[in-house]
Design a protein around this ligand. Structure first.
Ligand code: AMP
Ligand code: FES
Ligand code: ZN
Length: 313
């Protein structure tokens, strides 16, 4: 039997990029140390009072909630924690996501809020299927999630929003943006997006250096229930195809994902930040939240949805 590189006990997990085997207990220590180091390296909780952890019910954000609640209680006891979940109203999916979130928050003793799009906002993501937006439904859903995470965190008085974005998510974005030469988007791929606008909450990604597999393994090792299904609307998407391709590259070039991420953050990002101006924000005329144009992308999306509903009635 292979033994753990650190303690010599029975190995349970293979860390691909560093090619070492660890037992479950040493993996948990490795994982929590890595998240702590990421938080410290980027000053993610420096001066923070209240962190809103955005949780979907999936492996990444449930692992995030566990590790952040542990680190906060042990190392940052002055910081308040709240979990936020948006019930997107996707048939055969969103109900189960909410159940998992409620179960895990109960188990960890973390306060949480559920924002149900259908009852609170009067629409569901599934409604977009009957509009011209159906071809870009994941993009539209992303707009809704980003807007809601920020608005809910603002309304709750939080000064950080933590998301479960992992290394695979970020490398997939980098791959696409480098390929397209999309400088304005590349400059926004970062572990922390600081803001001094009170209505735009600073976003942090504490799992940015951990892979999907590591997050899954941590959630399992810690006995955290997770949803064992992915969104039915995302199947066959370009994003999934790109992630598969990146997996093949990683198989041939071990450490590819870590190298691309590190080169971006250490070498390229600091230079890009000097040449790409921060966008000017105004208040959205409809909702009053920060926006790049007179009406924010969320309010434009909602008015398109309302127009489609009118024309089909
Ligand atoms: P995704 O865009 O689905 O890859 O999710 C990225 C991150 O956004 C997750 O790790 C969560 O932190 C957050 N998130 C996604 N869906 C939800 C949701 N329904 N409610 C709250 N947060 C979410
Ligand atoms: Fe948004 Fe699937 S979670 S489209
Ligand atoms: Zn708006």
């Amino acid at each position: 039997m292979t033994s753990c590189k650190l303690c010599g006990g029975p190995a349970a997990y293979f860390i691909e990029h560093s090619r070492i085997m660890l037992c479950q207990a040493c993996f948990i220590k490795y994982y929590e140390k890595k998240v702590y180091n990421t938080i410290m390296k980027h000053g993610m909780l420096r001066g923070a009072r209240k962190v809103a952890v955005a949780v979907s019910g999936g492996k990444d954000s449930m692992a995030l909630l566990k590790v952040v609640s542990k680190l906060i209680s042990e190392k940052f006891p002055e910081v308040e924690l709240i979990a936020i979940h948006i019930n997107l109203g996707i048939e055969g999916y969103s109900g189960e996501c909410q159940e998992i979130v409620e179960k895990v928050c109960g188990k960890l003793g973390v306060d949480y809020i559920i924002h149900d799009l259908s009852s609170m906002e009067g629409y569901r993501i599934s409604d977009l299927r009957s509009t011209p937006l159906r071809k870009r439904i994941c993009g539209a859903c992303g707009t809704v999630k980003r807007y809601m995470m920020n608005r809910l965190a603002y309304e709750l008085g939080a000064d950080r929003v933590a998301t479960g974005h992992n290394l695979d998510d970020v490398v997939e974005l980098l791959f696409e943006f480098y390929l397209k030469g999309s400088i304005e988007n590349l400059v926004r791929v970062r572990p922390i997006s600081r803001s001094d606008n009170p209505k735009l909450i600073t976003k942090i990604k504490p799992l940015i250096e951990l892979t999907e597999k590591e997050n899954l393994y941590y959630a399992l090792a810690r006995g955290i229930p997770i949803l064992d299904a992915s969104c039915p609307l995302v199947e066959g998407s370009r994003m999934l195809r790109r992630k598969k391709l990146i997996g093949l590259i990683e198989h041939e070039i071990s450490g590819f994902k870590h190298t691309l991420y590190k080169s971006h953050v250490k070498r390229i990002l600091p230079r890009l930040e000097k040449v790409v101006a921060e966008p000017m924000l105004v208040e959205c005329e409809v909702c009053g939240m920060p926006s790049l144009s007179s009406v924010c992308s969320y309010c434009r999306l909602i008015s398109r949805l309302a127009r489609s509903a009118e024309s089909s009635s």
